[in-house]
Design a protein around this ligand. Structure first.
Ligand SMILES: [Zn+2]
Length: 464
């Protein structure tokens, strides 16, 4: 196992390349302190640690003068949510803005990681630890920004709320409560999420684009089951649960959901097309100009990175069948996972699949409680604020809204009627992204470069 130097030694060794003024500023020191402290609280589902993290953050807010009545910890089962109100003077006469993040993280085991997952470690290029990206960076950035603005005496022209959920990675019970059952939040004009979005760098560290997550596809899985009376395997018959289900699944493989688009996805392809050379770039540009161009949409469908932005997709992901090697199967079950384009209902997709499988004997069960959420078309004032923050670091980088395959708190807020855009402070090469996986890490440069991201945005949107 690689020897890991202590955090303190390493921090000085590697920071020498950064301007001392940046890393020593009170805001940088505070942000790093919060980041380190919360990464070291293992807020994994089942360990009951989220309330401890919420209490730590609550004290940080109260220490800089947030009133106790403006800081609420909302215990929910073994986890908790945290709401902090930054009181505005009301001069804008506008509804509040919400800032979203989640305090929980995906499980990580010491034995699997090259470094201890719940200790913030670093080398000369990266911070390592569970949550260094997802989403403890966002929590640290938003919290430290509130603390910084409060210390500066900044008074916004409307209320701003920090809204941190405690089980985004699992059941989203706290998210649903925050999005649907808190009157002070229900009134919000929109929400800004720290848990997605961000800039893409190429392999040489050159900024390509900044992506604002403005929509999420609906995530749903169906279980398809075919039953059969079975029998002895020495007496095979044409009717066979495995063969029949397999035929149905091949029909799903060969089915193409209709091409779909919105203003947002067209803009996404228009901008991405100008950045990518070659025939793929051309297909993007052609699709943006005319989404009914079949040649263009067929080309994009071949790219696993882009197929989801052009249509609903469904794919078989799991299979179980039979009960003995010498018996005809009495049942066969497949799991089909779908990512549905906003505007199409789960029921519509289920009916399409039922037609496609062309076998009435197949039983369909919808798993879980899928959340259908609308697209939040990016507002000009929010786009301008993001642009200001991004251009302070990377001038001329284009801001593009995009649709994600689904999974953040944002979908519940969008569903509740609160437009939501995710705009994290991160700029990195997508190949460096290990969120949810082993050895999650964040380039140290993007941590320090992103320190002003949220305060620029908030001041732009709420200064008097
Ligand atoms: Zn996340």
């Amino acid at each position: 196992m690689k020897k890991i130097l202590s955090f303190t030694i390493l921090i000085f060794a590697s920071m020498s390349t950064l301007a001392a003024a940046i890393k020593d500023s009170p805001h940088a020191v505070k942000t790093l302190q919060i980041y380190k402290t919360i990464i070291e609280i293992p807020t994994v589902a089942g360990r009951g640690k989220v309330p401890e993290m919420a209490a730590y953050l609550a004290k940080e807010f109260s220490d800089v003068g947030f009133k106790n009545e403006d800081i609420q910890i909302l215990p929910t089962g073994e986890t908790a949510a945290l709401i902090v109100r930054y009181q505005g003077n009301g001069s804008a006469d506008k509804k509040p803005i919400l800032l979203l993040g989640h305090m929980d993280v995906v499980e990580a085991f010491d034995k699997d990681w090259q470094r201890p997952p719940f200790t913030l470690t670093q080398d000369d290029k990266y911070f390592y630890g569970r949550g260094t990206i997802d989403n403890k960076l966002g929590i640290a950035m938003l919290s430290a920004t509130f603390i910084r603005l409060k210390k500066e005496g900044f008074i916004p022209n409307r209320d701003i709320f920090i809204v941190f959920s405690g089980d985004e990675e699992t059941a989203m019970v706290t998210t649903k409560m925050l999005a649907n059952a808190r009157p002070e939040l229900a009134n919000a004009e929109y929400a800004l999420n720290s848990d997605a979005g961000g800039g893409d760098l190429d392999k040489d560290g050159k900024a390509i684009t900044y992506l604002v997550q403005a929509a999420e596809k609906t995530y749903v899985s169906f279980e398809l089951t075919l039953r059969n009376k079975g029998g002895h395997s020495s007496r095979p018959r044409p009717d066979n649960a495995i063969y029949e289900l397999s035929t149905a699944l091949l029909n799903i493989r060969d089915y193409h959901f209709p091409v779909m688009w919105s203003d947002m996805t067209r803009e996404f392809f228009k901008v991405s097309g100008t950045q990518l050379s070659g025939e793929l770039g051309k297909a993007m540009t052609a699709f943006a100009a005319d989404p009914t161009n079949k040649k263009a949409s067929d080309r994009l469908e071949k790219e696993s990175s882009y197929v989801g932005t052009t249509r609903t997709t469904c794919v078989t992901t799991m299979l179980k069948a039979g009960h003995a090697e010498n018996a005809l199967p009495q049942s066969a079950t497949a799991t089909v996972n779908c990512r549905i384009f906003p505007g199409i209902s789960v029921e519509d997709v289920k009916q399409s699949l039922q037609k496609v499988v062309n076998n009435d004997a197949i039983e369909f069960v919808t798993l879980g409680l899928p959340v259908e959420s609308p697209i939040s078309e990016l507002r000009d004032d929010v786009r301008a604020a993001v642009k200001k923050a991004v251009h302070a670091r990377y001038p001329n980088v284009q801001i593009i809204a995009y649709m994600e395959s689904g999974g953040t708190d944002g979908m519940h807020f969008r569903k509740a009627g609160i437009p939501t855009w995710a705009l994290a402070s991160v700029f990195m090469n997508p190949d460096e992204m290990f969120a949810h996986g082993l050895n999650e890490r964040l380039p140290i440069k993007t941590f320090y470069d992103g320190l002003d991201h949220w305060s620029i945005i908030l001041k732009d949107l709420t200064a008097n």
